[in-house]
Design a binder for this molecule. Structure first.
Ligand code: SF4
Length: 369
């Protein structure tokens, strides 16, 4: 068995007490049956109401206010580990942020989750395009399970999306829009024809030139960003984030007419981070695109990127036009976690808001640019 993973994965190291998050904050943490029964028994008298069951019968840890795990002590350390050792943890808690995705033809796919500041730091430091390694695994926690036939069928489309994201010398907004366009076409048209088209360099360059003519004035762009930010805040602000709550109030006092010069200045910072965002998207597509719902997954990814861009702009402005590396990674981490823990909910919400045109193709293109 060989292991296929993005090259940066081998350099992952938890930053422990320097991390602004705990591994579990903000997620609904799934736990396997044995750990569920064991933990229930161990903490029966102390912790009540710590679990819930999803409709399909899977067990989850029930987060407390501000999305904090009930098993954390006042110092933010995990009581389960401290009192009963690592073996008492669920598989998810034990391996996070590592993600064992599954295998086919003696190849096991494996990565790490974007919802961890240490992973984001690596994605930011690694050169584009990220390469993938294939060799024998050397990790005791790796348990093999086979991809379904449907997942194996989707490998070719996922790999195509990674290739599109890594096209050299094409602006990031165009590559992101191309994967969105590709994912929507997969749902409606003949797949071999689409693959052929999206492999044709001339066709891709022509498409990029056509798209470069579509734009909107800054006022419209700001209105779209703001609407997306406000609506999502109302829908699911979990209150555990130190940035978003402050920015909601800050944003209320802003007027688009005064912000164009600031936006232009910030665009240079965003442009400098395009390699980081490319790597973030490549890892997300690698991990999240095999469930047979490409359009849903890409729409969620674009939602993350668009929100991050706007919130980073707001935070940069709020801090007097400075943006520390830690703040940048934390903000990106917040959205990676929001999109990671509630994919179904976010998609449902995005679909509800289609009436407002916020995530329709034209608006997405404008907000990516
Ligand atoms: S989120 Fe990442 S860096 Fe933070 S404690 Fe967990 S593994 Fe370590």
């Amino acid at each position: 068995m060989k292991m296929f993973r993005p090259e940066f994965v081998d350099e992952f190291q938890c930053i422990a007490e320097r991390c602004s998050y705990t591994c579990c904050s903000g997620w609904d943490v799934i736990i396997d049956c044995d750990t569920y029964n064991n933990n229930k028994q161990l903490y029966e008298d102390i912790e009540r109401d710590c679990f819930f069951d999803a409709e399909d019968g899977e067990h989850f840890i029930k987060m407390r206010e501000k999305a904090v795990c009930p098993f954390l002590n006042e110092k933010g350390l995990c009581k389960i580990v401290m009192e009963h050792g690592e073996d008492a943890l669920s598989h998810t808690c034990k391996i996070f942020p590592r993600m064992i995705m599954g295998s086919y033809d003696e190849v096991l796919e494996y990565s790490v989750d974007n919802g961890c500041p240490a992973v984001l730091d690596l994605l930011r430091r690694f050169q584009t395009p990220i390469k993938f390694n294939l060799d024998a695994p050397n990790d005791d926690e790796i348990v093999d399970f086979k991809y379904s036939d449907e997942k194996v069928e989707h490998l070719i489309y996922r790999n195509q999306m990674i290739d599109l994201l890594q096209i050299p010398n094409m602006p990031l907004w165009a590559r992101l829009y191309l994967i969105y366009d590709f994912s929507t076409q997969l749902e409606n048209f003949n797949h071999p024809e689409i693959l052929q088209k999206y492999n044709d360099v001339q066709w891709l360059n022509d498409k990029c030139s056509q798209l470069s003519f579509v734009n909107a004035d800054f006022g419209t762009k700001f209105m779209l960003y703001r609407m997306l930010f406000d609506l999502y805040y109302k829908y699911e602000n979990q209150g555990y984030d130190m940035y978003i709550v402050k920015l909601k109030e800050f944003c209320n006092g802003l007027c688009a007419d005064d912000l164009l010069p600031d936006w232009k200045e910030f665009e240079k910072i965003w442009e400098k981070e395009s390699g980081f965002i490319e790597n973030f998207c490549v890892n997300s597509v690698f991990v999240q695109s095999l469930d047979g719902e490409p359009q849903k997954n890409i729409l969620i990814l674009l939602f993350e990127v668009i929100q991050m861009r706007f919130v980073l702009f707001l935070w940069w402005l709020y801090c007097g036009k400075t943006l520390s590396d830690t703040d940048m990674l934390n903000i990106v981490c917040y959205y990676a976690r929001a999109a990671g823990h509630g994919r179904g909910k976010i998609y449902q919400w995005l679909n509800m808001n289609r009436d407002y045109d916020i995530m329709k193709k034209g608006a997405v293109l404008v907000m990516l640019k």
